[in-house]
Every structure is written in structure tokens, then in C-alpha cells.
Write a protein that binds this ligand. Sequence first.
Ligand code: AMP
Length: 280
Amino acid sequence: MEIGGIQALRAWRKGQSGTVALVPTMGALHSGHQALMDRARESADLVVTSIFVNPLQFGADEDFVKYPRPFAADKALCEEAGVDFVFAPAVGEMYPSAPEVRVSSGRMGEVFEGAARPGHFDGVLTVVAKLFTLVKPDIAVFGLKDIQQYCLVRRMIEDLNFDLELVGLPVVRDPDGLAMSSRNTFLNAEDRSAALAIPHALEAAVEAASSGAGPGDVERAARVVLDAAVTAGGIDVDYLSLVDAGNLQPCPNDFRGSALLLVSAIAGGTRLIDNAPLEF
Ligand code: AMP
């Protein structure tokens, strides 16, 4: 396994003739990331994992500085997962100066996470575009946990004609149901137990949908669970919304097709996101 920044990556990439799968990450790797790397390994001859905490996608009052960076453990996990190249550039190498030209995420980047974190998705898409240009992958593997990010990357690939296949993998959860996230390390036991209302709300919605409830009732089933958790304390809900999976617009009550229930909540000061796919 090789590790390096831009120069080393370019030299390595020139010498490769097989197909390449890219797994972009910000490090603090867990089993969710590992599932993406396993899928990348199955889908291409070579796997590149990028580890880069991208300052462009963090707001001024967000957790860029305290974001976990356990690089030695990350390297070991990549080695274990059979990664061929770990691309871990320095911030100054990716952004020698603040970029003037950026990717604009448009209207789909202004709702939900984009409303709570203005500029976040422009920062995400700008770094993902740079990674695509640098790594030249045949396949890129993303998690559906960050579903809005996934939808925006899919749209960027279409709109900007990136010549690669996008693969999305379902949310990987801890045994208690909480979606794995590098930010879960910020949760103490109480925060974590309050945060379990998120997967519980999603489960209530999935159950309601599977017993034939329509969009309004499905969303309400989840809301009841979250409202109870808010009343009990330890969690605040930013949004809970049932949306059309194609465009992230709220589902009308007569909606038919693939939907997503999106949730964001804050536990112990840590912002958590999760979602569940639903069919109507
Ligand atoms: P991050 O390091 O948090 O930026 O995430 C890097 C990639 O891993 C993104 O494509 C995420 O969607 C994906 N990912 C993070 N957590 C999970 C999870 N629990 N299940 C599936 N994919 C995940």
C-alpha cells in the first residue's frame, strides 16, 4: 500500500493500467467506510482511498479543528481493507490559496443540510471534483448515509460529464441501530442513548409504510417518536422530512414511487444525520 499527496498520487496513477475505484473519506475510519472499501475492492482492480478533512465544507463555527484525525489507525484499516493507495494530501497542497472557482451545488444544495450549513455542499462538490480530476477513477463509492451528498454527487457527474460509475452503499449501523459516523466519538453515553431516537423514528416509519400507510401517516409515525425524545430531553430535531428520492422535494400525500425519510438531530452539541429509503 502506498501513501502520499498529489505528486505521489500522479506518479502512481501514471503507472497503472487496471481499473481504479475511489473511496473519498475524511478519515476517522469505521466499519461504514470499510464496507465502501470492500465494495471498491470487488468492483475494480485497484482501490484508492482519500483521507482529507476538507476545510471548504466546514462553516466558521463548525468542528473542522476538532474533527478526529487518527491517522495511524486509519492507515491500518486501509491496509487491512486491501487499499492500494491512500491519498492523504495536506490542506496547503489541495488549496495553495482559497479557490476562486468552485462547484455550485444549486438548489438541491440549499435545502436540509445545505440550509443548516450554508456553503457546505459547494465545498463538498468542489473537493469531490478535485478528487475525480486527480485520481481519475473508473468507479467512485459513496455511502447513502450522506444521502443529500450522494444525490448531489450523482447530479454533478451528470451535469459536468465526469466519466465514471457512481456506486452508493446502504447505511451501516452499530448493533444498537445508530448509523456509524466519525462524529459518534463526540457522544457520551447519555447523548448516545438520546440519539437512538433517530433510528427508532426511522424504524417506526418503515413499519408504518410496510403496513400500507401513506406518506403523511408514515412521516407522522416517525415524528411521534422524535417528539417524545425531544420532550424527554437530550436531543433537538433540526428536520424530519419525507421527500421524493429523485429531487429531494417533499412528498405530497398521493405520492407514488421511491421516497426518503431524512432526519437531522443534535445530541450533546453533535449534529447527526440519518435516513431511510421507502417505497409508496
Ligand atoms: P466521511 O468520512 O464521513 O466524509 O464519509 C466518507 C464516506 O463514507 C461517505 O461516502 C459517507 O457517506 C460514507 N459513510 C460514512 N458513514 C457511513 C455509514 N454509517 N454507512 C455507510 N456509509 C457511510
